[in-house]
Design a binder for this molecule. Structure first.
Ligand code: PLP
Length: 412
């Protein structure tokens, strides 16, 4: 395991100031006074680098965005009001009516619903695939495909994608690859594996304590001098931004084609809280991924039906050891067999907090079929691995032995 050492320095140094207030300055203003009409004109035409209006950007949020961009090796980032907002921003800044999306993975219920129910109302269709259906994914690409969307870890099916292989398919076909890396910040670096945009729900492990809803999209640089998929006819709508902003083009594309009009902007207070979370993210992540392995292994040994790729019978155990050397986040699931048994366990646990969230300091648990996936039909639930007895667990910072004892007691 890598202990995320480089991020320990990067985050605390990036968040704190060397002069004046050490903690990041919280600019709680929706609007900004321009002083003179000339400055106002300059701000709007981009020649004056001062805040325009908080829907388009806020100084506290800008600080968070620069740390997030650096974390993923991107050129720029846009923080948003939630993780769903980051996915919406990234996709809506690229698709138009008639376009197609290929969506691969677990898949978080909100993302599935966005593609399946909402974007379809605007003429954007989506085909869904399991992570190992590489041939079907390849065959599904048409001239209208604009995005391949992938979750770095199936939430909650715990299946692990071969991200490099999927990136190769996307890059060979000249299709944009967006990776939802919510569950594996730092552990997986999608841009280095060939993705174009990374999206996060920062609400989860990045903030880490249920204090702030937020999201972020991180963009790679456009290759201005050489070949780039964004320069092809498939992405003609983005060409004007490449002309105007060069390698930064995905930033104005996201801000002007999504943020300005849909208004999914981060608020400064949430950005501030998220930065406080970032300061300790490497330490929390390191502890939690080690606890996840200890707890999943022990519960499995004691007869609970645990799903996590650290277990040797998991179909992606080998991939876990090679491609996910830094763990795959805070989650595992327990199959209790029936809803009644799942509810009995959830009523008996003394330590797990029952909530529809993951990546918290505390251990969280949720019965999936009766909550996030309650409106999904049987076929979709089967595809997503949602059964009547499925409980999702997100491990927190507690002593792992305390969680093991509590869960074994609750499962009796
Ligand atoms: N992506 C994943 C993998 C998630 O688990 C979630 C939330 O559970 C989201 C996106 C959406 O995040 P938010 O709740 O911040 O909108």
């Amino acid at each position: 395991m890598n202990n995320f050492e480089e991020y320990c320095t990067e985050f605390v140094q990036g968040v704190g100031n060397k002069e004046g207030a050490v903690s990041p300055v919280l600019t709680n203003s929706a609007s900004f006074a321009y002083g003179t009409p000339e400055t106002g004109e300059g701000i709007f035409d981009g020649s004056v680098k001062k805040p325009l209006y908080s829907r388009m950007g806020n100084p506290t949020t800008a600080r968070l965005e620069s740390i997030m961009a650096k974390m993923d090796g991107g050129i720029a980032a846009v923080a948003t009001s939630s993780g769903m907002a980051a996915t919406t921003l990234a996709t809506m800044s690229i698709v138009s009516s008639g376009d197609e999306i290929i969506s691969i993975g677990g898949l978080f219920g909100g993302t599935y619903a966005l593609f399946d129910e909402t974007l379809s109302r605007f003429g954007v269709s989506t085909q869904f695939f399991d992570v190992d259906e590489l041939e079907n994914i390849q065959n599904a690409i048409t001239k209208n495909t604009k995005i391949i969307f992938l979750e770095s870890v199936g939430n909650p099916n715990m299946r692990l994608p071969d991200i490099s292989a999927i990136a190769k398919i996307a890059n060979d076909a000249g299709i944009v690859l967006i990776v939802d890396n919510t569950i594996t910040p730092m552990s997986i670096l999608p841009l280095t594996l060939g993705a174009d945009i990374v999206v996060y729900s920062t609400t989860k492990i990045i903030s880490g304590n249920s204090s702030a809803l937020g999201g972020c999209a991180v963009f790679r640089a456009i290759n201005v001098d050489g070949e780039d998929k964004f320069k092809t006819a498939r992405y003609a709508d983005i060409h004007k931004f490449i002309k105007g902003a060069g390698k930064m083009a995905l930033l104005p594309n996201a801000k002007k084609r999504a943020m300005r009009d849909f208004g999914m902007s981060a608020n400064a207070n949430a950005s501030y809280q998220t930065m406080l979370g970032l300061e300790t993210l490497p330490l929390r992540m390191d502890r939690i991924i080690s606890s996840v392995e200890i707890i999943a292994t022990e519960l499995n040994k004691k007869g609970l039906n645990v799903n996590h790729p650290c277990l040797s019978l998991h179909p992606h155990h080998e991939r876990y050891k090679t491609d996910f050397k830094n763990g795959c986040g805070t989650l595992f699931t327990i199959e209790m067999g029936t809803k009644e048994k799942a509810f009995k366990f959830l009523n008996a646990t003394k330590l797990a907090t029952l909530t529809a969230n993951i990546g918290d300091s505390r251990t969280l648990a949720l019965h999936m079929a009766s909550t996030i996936y309650r409106d999904f039909d049987d076929e979709t639930k089967k595809f997503l691995g949602i059964t009547d007895g499925l409980i999702r667990i997100s491990i927190g910072l507690e002593n792992p032995q305390d969680i093991i004892n509590d869960f074994l007691e609750a499962a009796r």
